[in-house]
Ligand binder design. Structure first.
Ligand code: NAG
Ligand code: NAG
Ligand code: NAG
Ligand code: NAG
Ligand code: NAG
Ligand code: NAG
Length: 483
């Protein structure tokens, strides 16, 4: 299949916003672009979830006694007064021979942590950090002030209702590393899922009180690959392991890249329906681009190029948001959860590179960056067959979408879900929080699709309260409130 030369401008425009290596969108564009390169990532299949004759090699677990206590964070530099929950951070070795270790940050709930579910959060890329984005800019308990040194509390953090692990995955992202540098050239969807699974089994030895807890996996963007693939790996291994059975109950993926063809189609339809593209370009794309088989002609590519450049220099993650113009001018001000600061990437970068912060997190003294580049080895062009298997397994599957994201927009998610041809059980309806429509929801047989109104690609950054309402409903296994 063939997608794109077209994304090159997006890669350039990303760097106006992210001074360091890349951001989630830039990394996604690079991956999609690599599909037309001489060495494209392999479109590997993920097999069937049946228990017969599956090979399983036990995870090697060295003694974990005392390591949970060692990982406890005393205090994060610059954290506000009155922190009423426990935080942990550290490494889990996923391959002792290669010397490969994944870094996590774990926050418990202020209340009911001994009964609240356990949730894993994954950012996408591929190659972007769940600590830098998820924890520090989206759903974590703190955000970084514009001084790059102090933190303020997020009243709508997801640890209000769950115990949340932020995993920097795969090795090479953020503080996660390998002592075998060739590992970085042999990373793809399969190895990422395998390492994340090993991480979880060992993490549950370190935190045994969570072994039988209800467990959910959540994530956004390219985690539309990671999350279903890790869920699949867990379900497969649960059938064959003589070690920990992970009590997986469900997954939720936001603005998720799950199918190249429908996602690309949906992006250009979104551009036109949101007044970012001309009629002529839209007509050309509809006439010359065949997104059903993904075999795009050179005429099609010309129109896609036009479509990209007509958009201009906007924040494609959130088409109505301001850009970051002067990142370092503000000083020590108290940030606002309600008004997301478009320069947040800079503050997080400064904070996570302070030596005292790295020490407090038990992280390696290193230069932390939000995203890392890889030559990605394998990436299916569609995850829909894996999602179908998860539906058949009976776990709950939520797909949500911030409706002002232009890169993996709501149209892309709708086209992907439509391709699954699932019967509707609960028709399209608004859902509410604080007497406002928080978004819309439709219940299919096996999948809940929820939009979050006025949110961009990083849903909890832009609509923290609505995101928390939606997330709580997901955990409770019910639709978000209808009034
Ligand atoms: C990586 O190498 C360092 C230095 O030899 C060692 O201290 C560390 O334990 C190794 N990491 C892993 C995960 O084995
Ligand atoms: C904690 O659990 C109790 C009992 O189930 C419940 O009444 C209370 O609302 C919970 N608190 C929070 C913050 O969820
Ligand atoms: C699990 O099975 C392996 C062999 O596949 C065996 O070596 C190991 O001792 C078993 N572990 C437990 C906890 O039973
Ligand atoms: C793609 O389309 C071109 C013509 O537009 C055709 O020559 C080629 O065989 C097609 N490739 C596939 C894999 O269908
Ligand atoms: C920022 O704060 C520092 C002291 O904390 C002060 O020296 C500096 O002048 C301030 N800069 C601006 C732009 O306000
Ligand atoms: C990372 O930190 C661990 C202990 O926190 C240490 O054993 C290891 O050597 C460090 N690895 C590198 C690559 O610096």
């Amino acid at each position: 299949m063939k997608v794109s030369l077209i994304f090159s401008w997006l890669i350039l425009s990303c760097c106006l916003m992210a001074f360091n290596d890349a951001n989630q969108i830039g990394s996604l564009d690079r991956l999609i672009k690599s599909r037309t390169s001489e060495k494209p990532p392999l479109d590997e299949s993920w097999g069937k979830l049946d228990a017969i004759d599956q090979e399983y090699s036990p995870v090697y677990i060295e003694p974990q006694d005392g390591l949970m206590e060692d990982d406890k964070i005393d205090v994060l530099p610059g954290q506000p007064q009155g922190v009423d929950f426990d935080q942990y951070a550290g490494y889990i070795t996923v391959d002792p021979t290669a010397g490969r270790a994944l870094f996590y940050y774990f926050v418990e709930s202020p209340q009911n942590s001994s009964t609240n579910p356990l949730v894993l959060w994954l950012n996408g890329g591929p190659g972007c950090s769940s600590l830098g984005y998820g924890a520090m800019e989206e759903l974590g308990p703190f955000r970084v002030n514009s001084d790059g040194k102090t933190l303020f509390r997020n009243d709508y953090a997801w640890n209000n209702v769950a115990n949340v692990i932020f995993l920097e995955s795969p090795a090479g992202v953020g503080f996660s590393y390998s002592n075998t540098s060739s590992d970085y050239d042999n990373t793809g969807d399969k190895s990422t899922a395998a390492d994340s699974y090993t991480f979880l089994v060992k993490w549950l030895e370190r935190f045994p009180q969570y072994k039988t807890r209800d467990f959910f996996i959540t994530g956004e963007s390219y985690a539309g690959h990671y999350v279903p693939q890790l869920a699949y790996t867990i379900l497969l291994n649960n059938m064959n392991t003589n070690q920990t059975i992970i009590n997986l109950k469900g997954i939720a993926i936001g603005n998720a890249w799950i199918d190249d063809n429908t996602n690309t189609d949906g992006m250009y339809d979104y551009f036109w329906t949101h007044a970012l593209n001309s009629d002529e370009t839209n007509t050309g794309i509809n006439t010359y681009c065949n997104f059903v088989n993904g075999n795009l002609s050179s005429t099609c590519f010309r129109f896609l190029d036009n479509g990209d450049s007509e958009v201009g220099n906007i924040d494609i993650y959130n088409i109505y948001a301001p850009l970051c113009h002067n990142p370092m001018e503000t000083n020590g001000s108290t940030g606002s959860i309600i008004h997301f600061d478009p320069c947040s990437d800079y503050y997080v970068y400064s904070y996570l590179n302070l030596a005292e912060v790295q020490r407090a997190l038990h992280a390696n003294a290193t230069t932390w960056s939000s995203c890392s580049g890889y030559g990605w080895t394998d990436s299916p062009t569609t995850i829909l067959p894996t999602i179908e298997q998860l539906i058949a397994s009976g776990i709950s599957v939520w797909i949500y979408s911030g409706d002002t994201d232009g890169r993996v927009p709501v149209t892309s998610s709708r086209y992907s879900i439509n391709a699954l041809k699932l019967p509707i059980e609960t028709g399209w309806q608004p859902w509410y929080t604080s007497n406002e429509v928080g978004g819309y929801v439709v219940g299919y047989k096996g999948v809940i699709f929820a939009t979050v109104r006025g949110a961009g690609h990083l849903v909890p950054s832009y609509q923290p309260q609505r995101a928390l309402t939606m997330f709580s409903s997901f955990l409770q296994g019910k639709l978000p409130p209808s009034s």
